[in-house]
Design a protein around this ligand. Structure first.
Ligand SMILES: C[S@@+](CC[C@H](N)C(=O)[O-])C[C@H]1O[C@@H](n2cnc3c(N)ncnc32)[C@H](O)[C@@H]1O
Length: 216
């Protein structure tokens, strides 16, 4: 299950007033589409959790979206939501991990992943796998963020809550949160995966790797 302290839009620290923050999946899906310019076809959300980004992508397109997620309970929730949204025919759940994606080479038109690479056991292997399944010319956006159109007040409130939780746990918790999310760590994983040359520098706000599969 997706960790509440990591990415929950209503998580709150004891004593703080609770205010529901707006959903960020629509704004992130807009960024994915703007920066990846995917062809319609087969799209993938890796580490989908209960489907927030993958369902937003399916809802904004006519593409099919594969959700790859190790937690089968999260996928069950995603499938139920997809049915309620009328997206059931275009959302395909697969229990799996980024490091061993159960799909053939060069078969998908987009890979997106939000808030997940920071938890992968082997981020470089996961990135190699993402690159492997992309069709030539297709792009991936992997990392974390809230989307260009996400309101600044909500972003600031989320970060204040999040850092408040972490600070209460101590310096080590703050470091363990920040380190995998740094651009240096993400770029180091891309380098270790052998895909540094495929990186595109202009990314949406947040900590993202944007890359395009080489070749024809
Ligand atoms: C913080 S949640 C983010 C979920 C969702 N993408 C979102 O933005 O709300 C991290 C997700 O990554 C998944 N995850 C952890 N390790 C993974 C791996 N090796 N490969 C793919 N997903 C993984 C977790 O099960 C969890 O659903």
């Amino acid at each position: 299950m997706c960790s509440a302290s990591a990415d929950d839009n209503s998580a709150d620290a004891p004593g703080q007033s609770r205010r529901e923050l707006p959903d960020w999946f629509g704004p992130v899906a807009e960024d994915v589409i703007r920066y990846c310019r995917p062809k319609p076809g087969l799209w993938v959300d890796i580490g989908s959790g209960p489907g927030g980004l993958g369902l937003a992508l399916a809802g904004a397109s006519r593409s099919a979206c594969i959700l790859i997620e190790p937690d089968s309970g999260d996928l069950e929730r995603a499938v139920e939501k997809a049915g309620n949204l009328g997206l059931g025919q275009r959302v395909i759940p697969i229990v799996g991990r980024a490091e061993k994606i159960p799909l053939p080479d060069s078969c998908v038109d987009l890979v997106a992943s939000r808030g997940s690479i920071f938890y992968w056991g082997d981020p470089a292997e996961g990135l190699r796998e993402v690159y492997r399944i992309l069709r030539p010319g297709a792009r991936a956006l992997i990392g974390g963020g809230f989307g260009t159109s996400y309101p600044a007040w909500a972003y600031e409130e989320f970060m204040a809550r999040q850092r408040g939780h972490l600070a209460a746990e101590g310096e080590e918790a703050l470091r363990a949160w920040d380190e995998p999310r740094s651009l240096e760590s993400l770029r180091a994983a891309a380098r270790a995966a052998g895909i540094e040359e495929a990186l595109i520098d202009e990314t949406p706000p947040g900590n993202w790797l944007l890359f395009e599969k080489r070749g024809k």
